[in-house]
Write a protein that binds this ligand. Sequence first.
Ligand code: HDE
Length: 698
Amino acid sequence: MAEDINFDDGGANHQKPRNEDEVMTTAQGSPVADDQNWLTAGRRGPQLLEDHIAREKIFHFDHERIPERVVHARGYGIHGHFELKKAIPEFSRAAIFNEVGVKTPTFTRFSTVAGSAGSPDLARDVRGFATKFYTSEGNWDLVGNNIPVFFIQDAIKFPDLIHAAKPAPDRGFPQAQTAHDNFWDFISLTPEAMHMVMWIMSDRTIPRSLRFMEGFGVHTFRLVNAEGKSHFVKFHWKPHQGMQSVVWNEAVKINGADPDFHRRDMWDSIEAGDFPAWDLGIQVFDEAFAETFEFDVLDATKIIPEEQVPVEIIGTLTLDANVDNFFAETEQVAFCTQNIVPGIDFSDDPLLQGRNFSYLDTQLKRLGGPNFTHIPINAPKCPVRHFQQDGHMAMTNPKGRANYEPNSWTGPADDNREPRGPRGCPMNGFTSYEAPVESPKIRARSETFADHYSQARQFYVSQTEIEQGHMANALTFELSKVEHVHIRERMVGHLRNIDEDLAKEVADGLGMADMPDKMPAAREPITDLPASKPLSILANSPKTFKGRKLGLYIAEGADAGMVSALMEAVKSEGGMVEVVAPHVTGAKLSDGKMQAADQKIDGAPSVLYDAVAVVMGEKAGKNYADDKPSIDFVNDAFAHAKFIGYAPGAMPLLKGAGVAGKMDQGFVELADANGAAAKFIDQCKQLRFWDRAAVKQD
Ligand code: HDE
């Protein structure tokens, strides 16, 4: 045998005769004979610089990275399409909003904000929700978040906000989290952030899946119709899957167990053909409403409650294809708030106006030149005609002599001169809404932006008791990581302007002996804004197990009928099952057959699942009663208020985990394969058993 081994390629036999279409080439297309050994002077001699093949390979490798995004570095992109369900010509002339049934291709990138590209998915953070619509009139980018408000009112403060949130410049940590002094120092000195603080301390910032979150355009935009009439609009994405979040203790553990939890979840559901979808909703209002509304519609720290201006659904976004190449698509996609089409326009929101400058600038830095629109993921799917030329990596320079206009080489269609060239067109072309502007140049914030607490309170009072508990715990946790007492006190001083009970709970949680003084409010808060149901996740819980995942922990002697009944029951609800076993090969069931496993118990803690079932024979139940990963599996499911199905044989393990004496209605005995499995999965549609008192502490 030994003489068959080719030691020139380390014994791996890379060098063999190949079919022509399998032959490796250099980037110049020249065939490569050996990709395993650098050219050397003699077998054990020095490497030669002459080796053009090795040098090309290493040169390219050295330049593989481009700067990651300053914010939203960690993201995940998916292709899809938007289908218009309701035409709105009365509001907008945009083609995408005018022909019902037309499918516009899209690319959506979800992201976290603060962490770098390799940071974990379950950081407590705002999620980006950016969609590029490749419309027949050019690309429209709706670059939003999963939270409808923002920290600041004026773009000039963005670098400060992001510097404060990112790792401190001296020590280079902490990564992907806001639980540190710099962040809360800045926030506590920025009262306008208080509404956003309520949102980021809520469960919205620890979503169970990117599929289970809402999205928002945040700013007020304009829609402009064919007559040039303008309405204001706010954009909303409503997930068909419903909203769902995890609890904080779970998020922390998911980050360890599977830092790619969200992207894996998205990849898997798309590969399984379970395509997530969102309705696009619009809140349309006019100047008259804007004038009577309690707050300024140009202030991005405010929402317009849906009770005041209902969200009208006009179409559906469906994500249905994973990328072919992460770098080419997800990394190189370049969103820009300035990418709008005729019929959509900007408002004077000072945050939006600042963003309009920033995104183009950032693309130049990241993608290295002005021709990033030539990269397929950024290129419009409609004709592109202009006289822009050259620059780094130019790939679509126009043909012919004319590269300027006006010119007499390229005239209107009827003058018979070739080649023809593009001209501006007042009929179809983009025209800005003629908003009157005549004001002195000043550097000042409008007084109408001065209320910082009223909607923060409105958000808080709109939450269920469980969610309010989570918020108090989140604030306590974050502030407990702040080392400087005066920063903690300042924050509690702000909370007092929002809700005294919340402030007290956080102060108690931080062990404060005295309540700090209230922070001075620029404007007296309105305390009686009504609760708004759409602001809560739990009040709108979807009551379905579709798209959710059961962790089915099996071991020797598990009732074969029950295992298949559970799988059937989950499948018929549109959910997924992952089989977990003590060994990754699986376990022998009661019928003597091996059931393959997807995961070994040590690598599959219950935090990865929406509900768990433990099915094993009594002998196995006893065997694993003191097995740490098995105990944690049950314990965590219990602490995170999950539904727990258990076969009688698993009782010794439940006892070992210390939950046998605490069994509540979130436990379902899986004794009778015919009825119990379906009953259990039906219960699981509630997603969590929130009545379990222990969880309120989470
Ligand atoms: Fe961004 N933001 N942003 N932002 N933003 C970027 O653009 C910026 C803001 C949002 O998946 C950057 O290409 C400024 C609000 C998303 O590629 C950069 C201000 C909202 C994404 C930038 C804001 C967003 C970005 C970094 C203050 C929600 C990721 C890389 C005025 C409505 C898009 C890049 C993707 C990315 C600037 C505030 C959403 C630096 C100056 C408010 C979803 O240009």
